[in-house]
Design a binder for this molecule. Structure first.
Ligand code: AVJ
Length: 321
């Protein structure tokens, strides 16, 4: 992934529209989950992480807090922590506090697509951790990007990918992700990530279809985003949120189900939907205890350590080349 290709300034918007047209033209119809996160979507996701039903964020935080000392040891001395999709760096503060207390971190490199938010967060972190080099990179980490120059004392790079975002990838895509992350980490480096675990489907379905309706609003926001950005004419009342556990694939799927026959106009395109037809908007893969390690092994990575909560609902895992 690290490379020099610089996309043109409007590449973001035009590839979004191209992805939308491609996804709505294909069968089954799909929209890529990465487009959930405009400003409204990011707010809704923040709200999701505070829901009673949505256990992953809270559980991962508990794991990081409980095992902070072990994690600091595993990350090692003079590491540069490179976080993919850092957002508010909220959970990372648990690690940063533990690492900074021992003055053992060489640099923190948050990577995020939303530049304003990233730079504001970087400023707050510099204030919270005086002396820590915070080196933000505004980029889509699924595209080529370049790492900034790291302080000379940097001994290794540790890629941090929390939140079970890896669950949005199919196992093949996750393998591909591991190959790229392995390149970024380099020899002597490591990958530290959070991965949600298989559990009672009732717990999973509740986490993705909360009684408060926040996840439904998050899913529907994708259509409203098309209305805002491309003048589409989606009627939010004509679409229903759906979360299903797909046992065969080991994933929670989110869909938007058309509640009537209708035509959706996006730009100069028209897409017809029958009553009950769905747009598949997200996969959230859940792994068994050794499931992700098997995927990583295909990318030439070895699992060094694994930390989990008492119920085994979520895991934080460390991989090395
Ligand atoms: C941010 C991809 C980890 O899959 O749990 C939350 C996104 N979707 N509720 C997840 C999400 C619906 C979340 N990830």
């Amino acid at each position: 992934m690290p490379d020099s290709a610089t996309p043109p300034a409007d590449a973001g918007a035009s590839s979004f529209l191209a992805d939308v047209v491609r996804g709505l033209s294909s069968r089954p119809r799909t929209l890529p989950a990465k487009y959930f996160y405009d400003e409204r979507g990011s707010e809704l996701f923040d709200e999701i992480t505070r829901l009673d039903a949505y256990y992953p964020t809270r559980t991962e935080r508990d794991i990081l807090e409980t095992h902070a000392d072990d994690l600091v040891d595993a990350i090692g001395k003079n590491s540069a922590l490179v976080e993919y999709g850092s957002g508010s760096s909220d959970k990372t503060r648990i690690l940063l506090s533990a690492l900074h207390a021992r003055r053992t971190l060489a640099a923190y490199v948050p990577i995020d697509i939303s530049e304003d938010y990233l730079l504001a967060t970087a400023e707050r972190l510099r204030a919270a951790y005086p002396g820590l080099p915070v080196l933000p990179v505004a980029a889509d980490y699924t595209r080529p990007f370049r790492l900034p120059a790291l302080p000379p004392e940097t001994a290794r790079r540790v890629v941090f990918f929390p939140g079970s975002t890896i669950g949005n990838f199919t196992p093949d895509e996750a393998e591909e992700f591991f190959r790229h992350a392995k390149d970024v980490a380099g020899r002597g480096g490591a990958i530290l990530l959070g991965v949600d675990q298989k559990k009672d489907p009732a717990v999973l379905e509740a986490a993705y279809d909360d009684p408060e309706g926040v996840t439904a609003a998050f899913n529907l926001n994708l259509l409203q985003r098309l209305n805002r950005e491309f003048g589409a004419d989606a009627d939010p009342d004509a679409w229903a949120h759906e979360a299903r556990w797909n046992e065969a694939e080991g994933r929670i799927e989110m869909h938007l189900r058309s509640t009537r026959d209708q035509t959706l106009h996006v730009g100069d395109r028209a897409f017809s939907f029958r009553d009950g037809e769905t747009i598949h908007t997200e996969n959230s893969y859940k792994y068994g205890p050794d499931g992700l390690a098997a995927v990583a092994a295909r990318a030439g990575l070895r699992r060094e350590s694994r930390w989990t909560d008492p119920r085994g609902w979520f895991a934080v895992e460390l991989y090395t080349p």
